[in-house]
Design a protein around this ligand. Structure first.
Ligand SMILES: [Zn+2]
Ligand SMILES: [Zn+2]
Length: 345
């Protein structure tokens, strides 16, 4: 089968590799239909690493994927040949203290698709996954939309962890796919006001179109002053969705006393800083988000409930052969791209 592999920084090469085969009774062979390009894939493409996870070439990235079941192991009951499925990319061990405590997302033996040193990613024609990682999707949801269940599940989980309530005013700093993935469940909950910040004008427009009450460009607007002029008491929750030091500083300024800072973005650097006196005086709670657990079904429900909303976020679709162009588009945020999808013929 064909697979796209990172072979150097900024280089994706199509290679012929052996097709995966079913080894356990609970395994399922899936023909991949679409793969979403994620910010984390892009970190590996542009810098070859996230923290101490370093790519050894050649390596296949990609973890936002969906496809069709083409073969099932002898013990599989959850899906059948021909089913269209969204794939949960995280493989937890089920037996460590974290899994036993119901915290599969911090499993000590976790393997994640397209993570260096763990499992090869989804930018390939075929993939074998355990049946528990597969979620059936209806015919009305195309594969591109189904791949969005991965970032959207993180958004659903983030909103759960943030204890968001309807009366809250919130900030979303960084309106890429994760910013939007947090916004959709917040809209669904009916939260009172949503303020967004971004560096790309087209993304600001998209945020307002999607339901933000206000969106500003951090490179041009004094976003803290603009937001606080509309919410003088400050914001209840700020979701940092871009991994940027400036956004972390703005988040602390924007929050009201007792507010909650949700850190979802992945920074490119290894250390960030906080202003301790402001945080302490306001008694800010900081919550880190590690992917998600158990939120794929809720994400698929949101996709079914808001199809036009989700479709609007899948701004660019590329053929499998043009995978490198998809990465280039996302890296340079060309043409206001939010989510680029690679589709298989
Ligand atoms: Zn992702
Ligand atoms: Zn575990």
């Amino acid at each position: 089968m064909k697979s796209f592999k990172l072979s150097a920084l900024h280089t994706l090469e199509s290679m012929e590799v052996p097709a995966p085969v079913i080894e356990r009774g609970t395994d399922v062979l899936v023909r991949i239909g679409a793969v979403g390009v994620c910010g984390s894939d892009l970190h590996y493409y542009t810098t070859g690493r996230i923290g101490d996870q370093v790519v050894e070439y050649p390596f296949t990235v990609g973890h936002e994927c969906a496809g069709t079941v083409i073969q099932v192991g002898s013990e599989v009951t959850r899906v059948a040949v021909g089913d269209r499925v969204a794939i949960e990319p995280s493989l937890s061990c089920g037996s460590c203290d974290q899994c036993v405590a119901g915290r599969e997302n911090t499993c000590r033996n976790n393997l994640f698709l397209g993570c260096p040193g763990q499992v090869e990613g989804a930018l390939a024609e075929l993939m074998v996954m355990p049946e528990t990682n597969l979620f059936r999707v209806g015919d009305e949801v195309d594969f591109g939309m189904a791949t969005f269940s991965e970032p959207l599940a993180i958004g659903v989980y983030t909103v759960q962890q943030s204890q968001l309530r309807q009366e809250h005013a919130i900030g979303l700093l960084g309106m890429g796919p994760i910013g939007h993935s947090v916004m959709l469940p917040a809209i669904d909950l009916g939260c009172r006001a949503i303020y967004c910040t971004e560096k790309v004008d087209a993304r600001c427009d998209k945020a307002v179109e999607a339901g933000a009450h206000w969106a500003g460009n951090v490179d041009r607007d004094d976003v803290v002053r603009e937001i606080l002029s509309r919410e003088p008491a400050g914001l209840d929750i700020v979701y940092e969705c871009c991994g940027d030091q400036r956004a972390l500083d703005q988040a602390v300024e924007l929050l009201k006393p007792g507010g909650r800072l949700m850190i979802v973005g992945i920074p490119e650097c290894d250390e960030v800083s906080f202003a301790p006196h402001v945080m302490r005086r306001k008694e800010i709670t900081i919550v880190n988000v590690r992917r998600q657990r158990g939120c794929v079904p809720a994400a698929l429900e949101l996709i079914a409930k808001y199809p036009t909303h989700v479709d609007r976020l899948l701004t660019h679709r590329f053929a499998f052969a043009d995978t490198e162009a998809a990465f280039d588009f996302v890296e340079h945020k060309r043409d206001g791209v939010i989510k680029a999808i690679v589709e298989f013929a």
